[in-house]
Each structure stands twice: as C-alpha cells, then as structure tokens.
Design a protein around this ligand. Structure first.
Ligand SMILES: *Cc1c(COP(=O)(O)O)cnc(C)c1O
Length: 434
C-alpha cells in the first residue's frame, strides 16, 4: 500500500464533484487546503494514530479531528459505549441518565464549576455562555483577543484566529456593525490593552472571553501573570471571566488550564474532547451564574440534539479513559509532546530556516518566524508561503498536519514514540529541502 505520496485521484474526483454541490467543496473552510494550494484529502477511514484516504494512502494523523481524538481514532472503550447506546436509541429529545453522568464527571474533574449545560458544538457553547454572561451582568460589551478563535457566532468573528486568520479575512460580511461594536478587541498577553478597554468602557463590559492557552493562531501559551491579571481586572470591574477551553479542556490537564495555572474562571466552555468524536460542546460555571439559564432563570438557551445520548455515551467513555490511573495518560502525552518538541527544535536548528517551536503538553506549532510568538502580531510575521511548501512535502511523506500556519499539531495517546520520531525526522529532511 502506498504511503501518502501515492496518487490522490479519487480525492481529486470527489473534490471536483463536491465543489459543484457544497460551497468550496467542504463543510468547514480550512479543510479545503486552499491556503496551502493542495487538493484536500478525502478520508475513507481512521484507526489509532492513522488515517487512510479514498485512494488507499495511509497517513500518520497529527490533526486528530482538530483535537477531539485525544485517545486516537476508534478507541475500544468509546466504540463499545456507542455500540451499547445504539441498541437503546439514537436521540430522545428528553432527559436521560447519561446527561447526568457526564455533567457529574465534568463537575468533579474540572475545578470551580458547579453546573453544566450541554450543547452540540464549541460555537454554541461560547455563543450561549456570552449570552448568559450578558444576562447575568446586564451589560452588553465583551472583550476578546486578536487571534483567538471561539467559533463562528457573529459577535466572536471579529479579529478571529483559525480559518478566519488563515484566509486573511479581517472581519466577515454578514456580521452587522451593531454586533461588531459590542466586541472589543485586546492584544493577547498584553494586560495594558485590556485595562485600556476597561477604562474606556467603564461598567459596560459583561465578559472577557479568552483561550487560556491560545491554539488558533498556532500554539501561544499565556505569559506568566497574564491570566492572573485578567482575573484581577474582572474582579475589579464586576466582569465575568470566561475561559474558552474548547481545545485546552481535558488536554492541557484533566482539569484544563484552570487547573494547570491555578486560575479560577467564572464560566468555562468545552467542546472537541468532551464529545469523544461526536458533535458536543458545553458551558459550565458557578451555580449563581448558571442558574440564570432557562428554565431556572430568564436567559433562554435550548437545543433539539443537546445531551444527545450517543454523544453523551462517547463523552463519558472518553473522560473515563482520561481519568484512569491518576493522570497516567497525561504523563504519556506530555512525554510524547516533549519528544516532539525536542525533535522539532533539532530539525529547526539543523536547517537554515528561520523558525521557532512552541509547545505545551501534547500541542505544538512550528512558526516560520524567529519568534517568540506571544500574540497575533508576532504570529502574523510567519512566512506562510514557506509553511505551504513545508505542508506539501510533509503530506507527500504521509503526514497529515493542519493545512495552516495558525493551527497546532495534536498528539494523541495512540501515537507511538516511533510515530513521533518518524515525524520529526521527516520534518528535519523537509526543512533542509525547503
Ligand atoms: C474549535 C473551537 C471552537 C469552536 O468549536 P466548534 O465545535 O468548531 O464550533 C471554539 N473555541 C475554541 C478555542 C476552539 O478551538
């Protein structure tokens, strides 16, 4: 069976067909590989750390569905839980025990949260959590950070990272000025920029929404004092601190960034990992805020498929696996992340390429800029043309990485040391070829 660099005729055929039927041929923009000038790979199946395309090529996968597959593809415990639930129905639109079990798991594993509301995506989670913060504080404005991505709801697409950054879209048509004006934008890792917004909009700011570990402009960890400073500013101004942990939740540590950095958020959003590969998101937080939600309070929020029993079963099984053995899986993930980081650093220093490697646990990014990258401004200095060439060569060698400079490498528990070493030695060769 050819590895990666085999022909991709079937992918090309399907992409041509798809483009006539689906805008851009894809159901989420970055998947189109447009910014790297490639034909997207159409997947046929996935197992463990690997995926196979419709042409029969095998790849080692460092995207993992953009984060959810922290256990690898098709982990046995999750497959079994889903199979069991399938025999009892696929959607109820009524309460079921699995919702209570998953909520209890999340509350017991994550610090500082009392209650959880399940939704069907990360976008819904952040959108609903902001509505709740606005309803709770009776204020209208929010602060977000340039280069952070919180899903595609109107208020949060202003200066967003991820695909919006990849496609160089400053804002987006379809978001009204009225909506955009309530979203104030600060600079990541820059407390002065946040303090200035508070000074200019006294008593008007409902919430700060932040990726406590930024993963949508490439991997950008918070500088020491940044999250602490946000906490203090929120306390001083009666503002809700909302940690968007859709990537970092259950990845940075079992309790997420709150646990890792010892900072208490008022509301937290999750997604990706908590659905174990099914469409799930949730928002969670202190009881006094969460109780403002309908039907216990006046802030409306609802969903036909919210708390879907199959997604709940997958989520419960995933979190149970992650919680096994007192953090053993995170020790393994951190060790693999460290191996990846060192291999990438060696690859960079062994080449003439100007690049820096940033990582945290099982997340990493090679930025094609000397760095360090601390915010969107420094991230955007990256040579994206060089990234595209790197991407193409890695794909040809049988490695799937995110088709954008402004994303992370995702390591899963299914990756072996050999997988990581094979990857970093390919990076080493490719950087010398560039
Ligand atoms: C992926 C992501 C979202 C959006 O989640 P979807 O499930 O794609 O809607 C929100 N916030 C962060 C930090 C994310 O990485």
């Amino acid at each position: 069976m050819p590895i990666g660099h085999g022909a991709r005729k079937e992918s090309q055929r399907l992409f041509t067909e798809a483009q006539a039927l689906i805008p851009g041929g894809v159901n989420s923009p970055v998947r189109a590989y447009r910014s790297v000038g490639e034909t997207p790979v159409f997947y046929d199946r996935a197992d463990g750390a690997y995926v196979w395309d419709v042409d029969g090529n095998k790849y080692t996968d460092f995207v993992g569905s953009w984060g959810p597959m922290i256990l690898g593809h098709r982990p046995a415990a999750v497959m079994q839980a889903v199979a069991d639930q399938l025999t009892r129905g696929t959607s109820y639109g009524a309460p079921c025990e699995a919702e209570v079990i998953l909520a209890e798991k999340i509350v017991s594993l994550v610090p500082n949260i009392d209650m959880v509301r399940m939704v069907s995506s990360g976008t819904e989670a952040t959108m609903s959590a902001l509505r709740l913060a606005r309803g709770y504080t009776k204020r209208e404005k929010i602060i977000k950070f340039e280069g952070n991505y919180h899903g595609h709801s109107d208020a949060l697409l202003v200066s967003a990272g991820s695909g919006v950054a990849t496609l160089s879209i400053p804002g987006t048509p379809g978001v009204t000025e009225g909506t955009a004006k309530d979203t104030l934008v600060a600079r990541y890792n820059d407390l002065d920029s946040v303090a200035a917004l508070f000074a200019a909009h006294k008593d008007q700011i409902a919430a700060i929404i932040v990726e406590p570990i930024a993963g949508n402009m490439g991997l950008v960890p918070p500088l020491p004092g940044f999250l602490e400073g946000l906490r203090t500013l929120c306390d001083d101004n009666g503002t809700v601190l909302l940690f968007d942990e859709v990537i970092s939740g259950f990845r940075a540590s079992l309790g997420g960034a709150q646990e890792l950095f010892g900072i208490q958020a008022d509301l937290v959003t999750f997604g990706k990992i908590i659905g174990g590969g099914f469409p799930v998101g949730c928002f969670a937080g202190r009881a006094d805020i969460m109780k403002c939600l309908a039907p216990s309070g006046p802030v409306y929020q609802a969903g036909t498929l919210s708390g879907n029993p199959i997604a709940m079963a997958a989520g419960i099984a995933t979190l149970s696996e992650l919680a096994k053995g007192d953090g053993a899986i995170y020790k393994r993930l951190d060790a693999k992340g460290a191996l990846l980081k060192q291999g990438l650093k060696d690859a960079v220093s062994g080449s003439d390429i100007q690049a820096c490697v940033q990582s945290l646990g099982s997340l990493a990014t090679i930025f094609f800029t000397p760095g360090p990258v601390t915010d969107w401004q420094s991230a955007s200095l990256s040579d994206t043309e060089l990234f595209s060439r790197y991407f193409k060569l890695m794909l040809r060698r049988g490695f799937i990485i995110a088709p954008s400079q402004y994303e992370c490498l995702f390591v899963s528990d299914a990756h072996t040391e050999e997988d990581i070493i094979a990857f970093t030695s390919a990076v080493k060769d490719v950087l010398c070829e560039l």
